[in-house]
Design a protein around this ligand. Structure first.
Ligand code: GH3
Ligand code: MG
Ligand code: MG
Ligand code: MG
Length: 305
């Protein structure tokens, strides 16, 4: 299973922010069984904890020394990493204009102190459920329906993100392009349904060969897959490609018309780059594609880098 789907089966993460210990303890007591709780006692701590723990919901006090709750909310909404995290203001200032300001800043709800435990619980549960449903929909929208690996959209998103990361951190980024050999003949010989089953098996074998959590295997289209390896030099990427090759070979999927040992094989192209500010990530993809073309030219069932 994809790691971003596995992630949905965990307990919800709740961040409690208040400068009064007693308020935090009260809320902690209410939710400690069903949630993983993170706590912060001022605005700066709240921002730091939020970026590190990426909670599913934040209960945010307004009145605090230094960076107050409104400012915390403003900054979270500006940061793409945190702007989808729902915020509920919990405040003693219950005037209408306070509530309006809170909602204008992007909060999903507003609770007045002293809190009523039943109301807080109900509202928190509502927003945790909504957050779960939107995370689930988002994950499903990024999954390839046939093979269960990431789809092209997820790959494009991650490619852009890791390219920018490579630019910032001057780290090498590798890509492996994978294409099943003579797959048209496979469909012609065994039919489309078995073609689909074959795609599923190959996807499973490729995925088994990828073992770092930040590596991403995606179906690029048709019978082509692509693997994105952040922070990986060429040698390391070739090792992964060789492991993929071995995993597909180990399946021993019969392909009577392949002309290559009568089993299903794959060709791969590997490329590595450190991002630069003049090119886009497309350049790396094209480089891997050129290597894949060379692998096909060289007779298929091989890796070029
Ligand atoms: P090469 O070794 O040069 O890669 O030859 P090939 O036959 O694999 O490549 P080609 O691009 O000519 O054909 C790809 C085939 O993949 C054609 C299409 O029928 C098949 N295909 C693409 N998507 C699917 C799918 O979702 N299911 C099935 N069963 N077949 C698919
Ligand atoms: Mg306060
Ligand atoms: Mg192809
Ligand atoms: Mg092919």
């Amino acid at each position: 299973m994809q790691h971003w789907l596995k992630d949905l089966q965990r307990k919800p993460k709740l961040l409690l922010v208040d400068d009064q210990r007693i308020n935090i303890l009260t809320l902690h007591e209410l939710f400690r069984e069903e949630c993983d709780i993170f706590m912060a006692m001022n605005g700066e701590q709240a921002l730091e904890t939020c970026r590190k723990s990426l909670p599913d919901l934040i209960l945010l006090d307004v009145h605090m020394e230094g960076i107050d709750g409104h400012e915390v909310c403003r900054r979270l909404k500006k940061d793409p990493e945190t702007h989808d995290i729902p915020v509920i203001f919990v405040t003693a200032q219950g005037a209408e204009e306070d509530e309006v300001l809170g909602l204008e800043l992007g909060a999903v709800d507003f609770i007045v102190k002293p809190i009523n435990p039943t109301i807080v619980r109900a509202r928190v549960n509502t927003h945790l459920t909504l957050k779960y449903q939107s995370d689930l929909l988002r994950s499903l929208a990024l999954l390839d329906g046939l093979t269960g690996v990431a789809n092209r959209r997820k790959f494009d998103e991650e490619l852009g993100r890791t390219w920018r990361q490579s630019l910032r951190e001057k780290t090498e980024l590798s890509i492996i392009m994978i294409d099943i050999d003579y797959f048209k003949r496979y469909n012609d010989h065994y039919g489309h349904l078995r073609g689909d089953t074959c795609l599923q098996s190959v996807a499973g074998a490729l995925e088994a060969a990828v073992n770092r959590p930040y590596d991403l295997l995606a179906r690029y289209g048709g019978e082509e897959f692509v693997c994105l390896l952040p922070n990986t030099h060429l040698k390391g990427a070739v090792v992964v490609a060789e492991r993929m090759q071995a995993c597909v070979r180990a399946l021993q999927l019969e392909h009577a018309d392949s002309g290559i040992g009568q089993v299903v094989t794959v060709s791969m192209g590997v490329a590595t780059m450190t991002a630069n500010s003049t090119d886009g990530a497309q350049v790396l993809l094209e480089a891997a594609d050129r290597q894949l073309y060379k692998a096909k030219q060289a007779g298929r069932a091989c890796i070029r880098s």
